[in-house]
Design a protein around this ligand. Structure first.
Ligand SMILES: *Cc1c(COP(=O)(O)O)cnc(C)c1O
Length: 393
């Protein structure tokens, strides 16, 4: 099919709820995408942080091939080995909690919010979340997402949510009460523009949750599974949450979500309270296991630290050259470039020159290279960005 023919199918049969770039992607390999017109694209924002090991990582592909010959899916009426093994691998790399599996980030967050309500007393029904956050599109998680643009058309939302400015310790203290069931925060806000929480902020959340009998939930859907150079974003901050949620990078391209809770909290989730038909699916869990093994075998956490620093240094050099770059921020391979104006045309121009990056919150370019990337991939990306910014000068 030609690009035009595929786009016509979408126009006729697919709901137009996404603003799509006019390319049809037919193949992905490592750091590159290939479109239906034979163009090769360097992908520095693979799958919105899903394909963190690059596209079609051989270990993930191999594991999927093997598992699909054995058992694709078995419902949670039974036990299945991949689900148990993946839970163990995740638990050992976080705070030793227990896992619930589902299929997406929103669903993981939904599970966390429900568990917090179940675990705390009946009078506790309030949730605190931060302005600029993004937690998903289900009714509870879009309510948790404290950005008015995501609420338009959906009022009234779920009751009980309190929004506080991100990284503002005093605002958090004054919002707290014994009616709060949980605080839900991203350690680094992704969609909100790569805003890094301060250690003081996260530690204050920990203290206030302890003092008020509330649950500390960290949304690690974007920060989790190694992107920051640690398995989970919170591990950069000397703080331990009660619940973490993850999804995006966990399946290496296969849909999976997970929530991990400390054992005493997890105990509140008894049969009948929450479930997901596809949750813990054999294929998805086999992919998750392969992702964790590949990160370890290929030393990708180390690469995220080193290459992340290299990328930030190179971007700082660009900042010296282009007044449009205001600042560069982030941890590991989760990097935001704050522009002085809109980034949309820059993203479009980069794509024309064979580079895929993202723009979020209007003025922040998001650079989230695959964890398998090398300095030469970064150099190529930076030189394309440099030439695009030069045209704008
Ligand atoms: C993407 C994202 C979500 C939503 O995940 P879905 O899989 O799209 O439901 C939630 N929280 C954060 C931090 C995200 O980046």
């Amino acid at each position: 099919m030609t690009t035009q023919e595929t786009i016509e199918l979408f126009d006729k049969y697919v709901i137009a709820n996404y603003g799509r770039l006019p390319r049809v992607i037919v193949k992905g390999e490592g750091c590159y995408l290939y479109d239906a017109d034979g163009n090769k694209i360097l992908d520095m924002f693979p799958g919105w942080a899903v394909s963190a090991l690059g596209h079609c990582h051989p270990k993930v592909v191999e594991s999927l091939r093997t598992q699909s010959g054995e058992l694709l899916h078995i419902d949670n009426t039974f036990y299945s080995e991949p689900q148990g093994v993946l839970a163990k691998l995740l638990s050992e790399r976080a705070f030793g909690g227990k896992c619930f599996f589902c299929n997406s980030g929103a669903e993981a967050n939904e599970g966390a919010l429900k568990l917090a309500r179940l675990h705390t007393s009946q009078e506790k029904y309030k949730f605190i979340t931060a302005e600029g956050s993004f937690h998903g599109r289900t009714f509870a998680t879009v309510t948790a997402t404290a950005q008015p643009k995501y609420h338009e058309g959906f009022l009234p939302l779920l009751p009980g949510f309190i929004y506080v400015p991100f990284n503002d310790v005093a605002a958090l203290e004054s919002a707290f009460s014994d009616e709060v069931a949980a605080v839900m925060i991203e350690p680094i806000q992704g969609e909100g523009g790569i805003n890094v929480a301060s250690a003081e902020y996260l530690q204050t959340i920990r203290r206030l949750c302890d003092e008020n009998g509330a649950v500390m939930i960290l949304d690690e859907v974007q920060t989790g599974i190694g992107r920051t150079g640690k398995w989970f974003g919170y591990q950069n901050f000397d703080v331990e949450p009660d619940i973490i949620t993850m999804a995006k990078a966990l399946g290496g391209g296969v849909a999976i979500g997970a929530m991990m809770a400390k054992e005493e909290i997890a105990a509140s989730l008894v049969p009948g309270k929450h479930a997901s038909t596809f949750g813990g699916n054999c294929l998805a869990c086999a992919a998750g296991i392969a992702v964790i093994e590949a990160i370890e075998e290929d030393k990708l956490l180390e690469n995220a630290v080193e290459l992340g620093q290299y990328t930030k240094d190179r971007l700082e050099q660009l900042r010296g050259k282009h007044s449009m770059i205001d600042s560069v921020r982030g941890i590991g391979l989760m990097i935001g470039i704050q522009l002085t104006g809109s980034g949309k045309t820059i993203v479009d121009q980069c794509l024309k020159k064979g580079l895929r990056i993202n723009c979020t919150n209007d003025t922040v370019l998001r650079f989230m290279p695959p964890m398998i990337a090398t300095k030469s991939h970064i150099d190529n990306a930076i030189s394309i960005l440099d030439s695009v910014l030069s045209e704008g000068d």
